[in-house]
Design a protein around this ligand. Structure first.
Ligand code: CO
Length: 493
């Protein structure tokens, strides 16, 4: 039996899940060469919320980070997370922008691209998969795991088969909420291995305490690879810790070999980084939270809620809003909850409670109903659809969303040039997604260009929420009669 492979996520999902995505390149670089020597199958280093965080909070060029990490860890394939047609943002972008983004990151050293769509609409993965293959890199198609009346192991496996036909090089089960239970993980992996010929990777979060057990079940079922992090950027809302997984697998025929002394060194190093990032960490992320199993929503989404409710002066209506989530999900065709749909469903659930059910419908929820994000897993509630069509004057579409968009790169390059920014593809793709941040960061200044922040001058957390909805603060909320201290971070998976 082949040993199971481990990917390590500490440089991406680990700190995104435990420290609000605030680890700086300077904090990563000392660990990168050690991580590179350990024998991990891959290192997740980029994508997800890291690009937003680099530009918004850390004054870093995310492509410089990628190049620096590639130089520091050249041997182990590097992995990133791409939101399909949304790239690393919340809305759909035209195909040429997706292609340019993929080209830029592949040229900067990215090797494995995890591609997902929040609706699991495979049409939203096609352009990215094709672009990655054209660059000669590895396209990993992700299946966003969720629980609903229209989702079964069989329906997910069918998606996996479609992704294989599309040209995906491997399949990832993406359990962003940490709600995949061991017995389901076993069946899911078994069926994917039976019905496709691709390597299967399981990615989970230990939020509800299921992570390590689900990995063990998946390993029994023949999963090729599981994703682990390094404590203290591990466990809780992050991936299970490497040392913990090794201990769990000791004596198992598929237990991999790792130098435990070096793992301990890495752990010690990251203990120090965790302390440096204390402003962004929280005990709430570290503990097992079985509320997740009750509400079946990602941990990050619950913290988003708490922020939004506070902003609206609705903190005491948390339970009501949480119970509205399945109502909104059902009406919107049982979409999975992952960026950006988790934010959209959360906002709409809040509006339903505040103004009365469907009295006001936010624009993105209307767009989901109209098919503008893609095909939903189940049908849109006919009454809701009729209401949205009437209010918006628009008809629902079954076309692939990006087919409705004009090419964008020429326009973005021109806009960059007009603002005195470099009109390279690299700057233009970042500008397409984060215009204000890119302008602030890259605009030529009379003085020296912005310095890469060192550990000592890390930007302080935003004292209050910013107008654009991003920010961070500690809140106290009562949930199910229990008082929680939560660090609220509105950047999500
Ligand atoms: Co994750």
């Amino acid at each position: 039996m082949k040993p199971v492979l481990f990917n390590n996520t500490v440089l991406r999902d680990g700190h995104q899940s435990m420290a609000a995505t605030r680890m700086t390149t300077q904090q990563m670089l000392p660990a990168a060469p050690i991580l590179d020597e350990m024998g991990f199958h891959g290192l997740e280093t980029w994508g997800g919320a890291t690009i937003d965080a680099c530009l918004r909070f850390l004054n870093e060029n995310p492509f410089d980070r990628l190049r620096a990490l590639k130089k520091a860890a050249p041997k182990t394939p590097q992995i990133m997370l791409l939101r399909g047609q949304n790239i690393v943002q919340y809305a759909s972008f035209p195909d040429d922008v997706v292609e340019a983004f993929v080209r830029c990151m592949c040229q900067s050293g990215m090797d494995v691209i995890r591609i997902f769509d929040a609706l699991n609409d495979v049409r939203n993965l096609r352009t990215a998969v094709k672009a990655v293959k054209q660059c000669g890199k590895h396209a990993r198609g992700e299946l966003c795991y969720t629980i609903s009346p229209v989702h079964t192991v069989e329906s997910f496996v069918k998606l996996g088969v479609e992704l294989e036909k599309m040209g995906a090089d491997s399949l990832g089960i993406k359990d962003m909420s940490g709600i995949l239970q061991p017995q389901i993980a076993y069946r899911f992996v078994k069926e994917l291995k039976r019905q496709t010929s691709l390597p299967v990777i399981l990615h989970t979060h230990d939020t509800a305490g299921l992570g390590a057990a689900s990995y063990l079940a998946a390993i029994e079922a023949g999963v090729d690879c599981v994703e682990v992090s390094i404590s203290p950027f591990a466990n809780g809302t992050s991936q299970p810790d490497t040392q913990r997984m090794l201990a769990l697998l000791e004596g198992h025929p598929r237990c991999p070999q790792f130098d435990t002394k070096r793992l301990a060194e890495l752990r010690n190093y990251f203990e120090g980084v965790y302390k440096e990032l204390a402003k962004f960490t929280s005990p709430a992320n570290e503990r097992v939270d079985s509320d997740i199993l009750i509400y079946q929503v990602p941990g990050g989404m619950l913290s988003n809620f708490r922020t939004q409710l506070k902003e609206q002066g609705m903190s005491e209506r948390f339970d009501e809003v949480v119970h509205e989530i399945p109502v909104v999900r059902a009406a919107l065709g049982w979409i999975p909850l992952v960026t950006p749909t988790s934010q959209i469903v959360g906002t709409q659930a809040m509006m339903n409670v505040k103004f009365g059910r469907w009295k006001m419908i936010c624009q993105p929820a209307q767009d989901i109903a109209l098919g503008r994000y893609g095909a939903t897993p189940g049908p849109i509630d006919p009454g809701l659809l009729a209401q949205v069509e009437k209010q918006s004057g628009k008809k629902a579409t079954t076309e692939r969303p990006a087919d409705l968009l004009e090419p964008g790169m020429k326009k973005y390059r021109e806009q960059c040039a007009a603002k005195g920014l470099a009109d390279t593809d690299e700057i233009a793709v970042l500008f397409a997604m984060f215009p204000q941040q890119v302008e602030d960061l890259f605009k030529p200044k009379a003085a020296a260009p912005p310095a890469v922040p060192s550990v000592s001058n890390l930007p302080a957390p935003a004292p209050a929420l910013l107008g654009n909805g991003h920010g961070a603060q500690t809140l106290y909320v009562t949930l199910g009669g229990k008082r929680h201290e939560v660090f609220v971070e509105t950047l999500a998976s």
